[in-house]
Design a protein around this ligand. Sequence first.
Ligand SMILES: Cc1ncc(COP(=O)(O)O)c(C=O)c1O
Length: 430
Amino acid sequence: MPLGIERMENSTVVHLSPLLKQATPVVVERAEGNWILGTDGVRYLDFTSGIGVTSTGHCHPRVVEAARAQVGSVIHAQTTTVMHRPLLELTEKLGGYLPEGLDAVFYANSGAEAVEASLRLARMATGRPNVIAFQGGFHGRTAGASSITTAGTRFRNTTVPLMGGVVIAPFPYAYRLGMTEADAVRHALRELDYLFSTTTSPSEVAAMIIEPVLGDGGYLPVPKEFLQGIETRAREHGILLIADEIQSGVGRTGKFWAVEHSGIDPDILIMAKGIASGFPISAIAASDELMSKGLPGSQGGTYGGNAVAAAAAIATLDVIDDEQLVENAAVRGEQLNAGLKRLQRKFPSIGDVRGIGLMQAIEFTDESGEADAGTAMRVQQAALGERLLLLPCGPLGNVIRVVPALTVSEEEADLGLAALERTLAGVLGA
Ligand SMILES: Cc1ncc(COP(=O)(O)O)c(C=O)c1O
């Protein structure tokens, strides 16, 4: 202990907040690729990828090396004070991935922070107050982001007023509505138009924000006709279109961005999670023209665009290209989807199987067609016994998502499906 510094005696036993709910009791000792070794000595197949974060798998050697090298030269070069090379390089590199015209990028740390930045920019750029988000969407837990989040009431701070100016529009959740996809899309677009007559004039709407594949809200790929319908209305009324690609981006759906499946052109694209394989970095991309409409100096932050995270992001993009991980996500996604559909035929409690690329899900319903969260929870927990890590999602808790790293092999996908089949047989009987 240095001279003159005395440590205070403190006998308080400190523990993690009880509000932090963990889906499994696993404590990670080491992680590699699609595998996690727990301190219990058990090796788990990780079909959660840290909620779609470890895109190149856990501790990909090239990502580890890039981060290690960066730690030895610059860790923190605060970007409103000085600039650092990894961020300049990452920004230049993103030009090869971003949709045409999105040529300006602002970096933050978390998804929610980037969502906040997108809302602030949209309001500043349009001078309009309102934001439309879609039922079941998840955009984060900060005040603004939770105000547009309806993936579950627990994500919203319900004891204080949420951010004003938010209008929630219906989502075309065909399975839940008991409609065909085409009817659900027609219904949701009609209701959106109705909102423009009843709740907010379109001329007061700064932006519409949507995840091209609903993530925490239940792994629901948004039908392309719905995205195109939203885009048409956005263009007609001068409303900005924000694509929250925090979970669906960076190759996860079998295209680099999920919006590519529908051909829509977002004005602002939000990325995070998979972009740096686990290092915290997020960003919004927009045209320089749009970005310039904000107040100079209104973007910033102490840690945003961290040098180590930026170096890891550059390595992540290189690995994704060199190992053709976007293509792998598409092929392995089809394999998983076919395997899950086979399980659905065997286990009628699986009411719906859906997904795109490596965002696959099964939804449990009971005999009367109602959401069956109990079964979903039992399956997710029992999978641990089969050494398979799974995560639930959906506002009603009855969906299990299958979201391995983009590196998942054919053999690992089969191993996971077999473990899930044994789990389902144990829980449901077969
Ligand atoms: C689509 C989407 N938006 C926003 C967020 C919030 O990101 P973060 O948890 O990094 O704040 C998430 C996180 O799961 C997400 O999936």
